[in-house]
Design a protein around this ligand. Structure first.
Ligand code: CP3
Length: 347
């Protein structure tokens, strides 16, 4: 019998199918834990890699060559879209994301470039996706965007935050009309951006709602969820969607009705329990703790990986991943142990 290739495995798991082993990839799979990535970054700088399709394709391929993951994710950043709308991003000296100009008044919202500008401004992302598709006909290919809420949080805050995105939450609370108009504009831009990526040949797109858990208790749906629903509706169902919720898995009930094909959850929840409590959810992605890759020994990574796969295999619809992005301190031998364990499961 012909065994399924990586791309088929990925598409089957996204539809809730039971697969001989889960397809697997990891978030931020190209990154500072890889010496070959650090070398590429020395030459081009982070933004230089993102904006140069050849360098970006090289960054995306590096982890595929080394670990043979089932899926490649285009190398870019969620803040590329902020830049395309007129709010560039960079890195602060001490590390972390920094936006030299932030959204702080109604006039700023009016000055955002229209969604129609996204295609041209981010044509380098389109080019990278087309090149990757040609390189990897049998791998899953993933595009992505931030959710409107997570994008807004960075654009209003002016970067990352050490105080729980206070400026952003105050803005959303004090100016509900302006907040809604910002969210509508960002939703249109996110939809435009994802449509462009779909046309370039991705198999699925992942919407990162990394800052979902900053939404007030029981208000996630109105603050973030409904805008994601409008994005999904406007992109249409031709390409599969994955909604990354990170820590927000603990409040999954507030997000379960959004209607993504798959949900990607952080390590604080049991994927098996989520499947039992929400039988309508077809596909789940995750959720090994990325911190384990820094400290543990390869044997422990192998046993934790196996336990997660064994729990999910009979339920179907599992895409193996970390519960969050891989850290620069992750040990390469642990990523190797993870990859070998997942692949062996299917033999
Ligand atoms: O997953 C992948 O391999 C695809 C590429 C990708 C990157 N960022 C590359 C990147 C993706 C999907 C992202 C998403 C992203 N970017 C998110 C959502 C995921 C999450 O972690 O919640 C967020 C919040 C960002 C914004 C961002 N970009 C942050 C907070 C940072 C880290 C800043 C720091 O100083 O540590 C980045 C930088 C970034 N984006 C790196 C990579 C590989 C590290 C850059 C480097 O130093 O080389």
């Amino acid at each position: 019998m012909k065994s399924a290739n990586s791309r088929e495995l990925f598409l089957s798991a996204l539809s809730g199918g039971k697969t001989c082993r889960p397809p697997f990839w990891i978030m931020r799979q190209a990154g500072r834990y890889l010496p070959e990535y650090r070398k590429l970054k020395e030459k081009w700088g982070f933004l230089g890699i993102v904006k140069n399709p050849e360098a970006s394709v090289e960054a995306a391929l590096q982890p595929i060559r080394r670990f043979d993951f089932d899926c490649a994710i285009v190398f870019s950043d969620i803040l590329a879209l902020s830049e395309a709308l007129g709010y560039p991003y960079g890195f602060a000296d001490g590390g972390g994301i920094f936006l030299p100009k932030r959204i702080s008044s109604p006039g700023d919202i009016d000055s955002l470039l229209p969604a129609g500008a996204v295609g041209e401004k981010l044509s380098y992302v389109a080019e990278s996706i087309k090149l990757l598709r040609a390189e990897l006909p049998n791998k899953g290919l993933i595009g992505f965007s931030a959710s409107p809420w997570t994008l807004a949080s960075y654009m209003v805050e002016g970067g990352g935050s050490k105080d729980g995105f206070r400026k952003f939450l105050e803005f959303a609370k004090s100016f509900p009309g302006e907040f809604a108009s910002l969210m509508e504009k960002l939703s249109a831009a996110v939809a435009e951006y994802l449509k462009m990526q779909c046309e370039c040949g991705i198999d699925a797109f992942q919407i990162f709602d990394s800052n979902a858990s900053f939404a007030e208790e029981n208000r996630y749906g109105e603050l973030s969820g409904k805008y994601i629903e409008s994005v999904l509706e406007s992109v249409g169902g031709g390409v599969k969607s994955i909604l990354y919720l990170g820590d927000f898995g603990k409040r999954f009930g507030e997000a379960a009705r959004i209607g993504a094909d798959a949900y990607s959850l952080g390590p604080s929840v049991s994927l098996g329990q989520i499947k039992e409590s929400f039988p309508n959810v077809r596909s789940l992605q995750g959720n090994l703790d990325p911190k384990l890759l820094e400290r543990a020994a390869p044997e422990l990574i192998a046993s934790e990986t196996r336990a997660l796969i064994e729990d999910m295999a009979p339920r179907g619809g599992h895409i193996f991943n970390l519960g969050g992005g891989i850290t620069p301190q992750a040990k390469i031998e642990n990523v190797e142990a993870l990859a070998e364990t997942v692949r062996k499961f299917g033999e």
